[in-house]
Design a protein around this ligand. Sequence first.
Ligand SMILES: [Zn+2]
Length: 436
Amino acid sequence: MTTVSIGRRAVCANLLAAAISLIFQPLQAQTPAGATVALTGARLIDGTGAAAVENATIVIASGRIVAAGPSASVTVPAGATRISMAGKTILPGLINTHGHVTVDDNTKLPMREHMLQVLKAYADYGVTAVVSLGSSTLADEAEGFRIREEQRNGIIDRTRLITAGMNAIGKTPEEARASVARLASVKADLIKYHINGRPDDMTPDIYGALVDEAKKRNLMTAVHIFYLKDAKLAIEKGTNHIVHSVRDQDVDQELIAAMKRNNVAYVPTLTRDLSVFVYETEPAFWQEAFFKKGMYRYQTEVDILKDPKLQMETRNSAAAQSIKKALQQANRNLKILSDAGVLIGMGTDTSSPNDLGRWPGYFEHVELEMMVQAGLTPMQALKAATGDAARIMKLDQLGTIAPGKAADLLVLNANPLTNIRNTREIDSVWIAGKKL
Ligand SMILES: [Zn+2]
């Protein structure tokens, strides 16, 4: 062996390296089921609204959280892979309780590719679950259910999709019941319907039947409203969630009492209203690096919204301009309802079919910022986007960092409790214990 040439040694070394990489590469490429990972030294915001824990450790195995808490009180199992998260903040992945994952006329991609790209955008921005409240067609409804099943069967490299399918509708109580029955038969996760405040709305006896049919089938209902009177009527009929802001006047004690009595949640979607008028000029946020990283999804809509003619139309649109005032009202009502102890869920209406400029991923961070500008604390806004969002949508496995929960995590390089804009300082996103 003393005569081994340099060349031979090089070959041996290469063989050895190849053998080592054969052994270890699969382990690095995908954490095998059962492999245990300990994230150490982070600030932990667990999603329940409890005070942050400094120097926390989170233990993950098989896609779930095994333990989480102060490092001094969490035992890291022997053989676990330790990853230092010193200086970082870990919170549950964000949950959007009102988004959309549907076909869209403004995309250049085929339907399924478009829907998967929307889910990728959500994931890249740390939104690890989205409740899609309204498909566009029976085809994208079916694709949504297919994508949801794929995720349930172990595909975990994209945002979790929960979907209502098409909106429930009907011209008679019987038709409304049949619409809910169809959605139940295709396994919709919940039921969404609209009261627009227009003469062609379903009447209260029709949507009352709709809600009743959903209850019989153990499905939650979410309603699109604008007016206080419609929110009250919907709750009177048993609707579970109000998924846009009340924007015509201050909410009153009657509404607050009804919401609390019936445990009705409120999803403000402030960015939805922002999107109606903000493209009257080119918004400054288009220049933000954090926005630009989503251009693979946003570019086609940015190009459309850059059109000076479209911007002028928005400036001259009485309907669009009136939403500026409606948004101020929405801000007021969010603060009133939050102070009153009504359950708030973060939602955005992002990727609403054929509505331009509702950016999946980016707008969830703007929504959090706007919620804080409306008067919520950063902790209240984050709770609405994690623990409370999961509670509202009955996503028992998601939304908090606690033993047994899915390891869906958002790791930040800065503390969002001192500045909510720090949710944009993303270090990494984890879904089911896997770093994307
Ligand atoms: Zn919507």
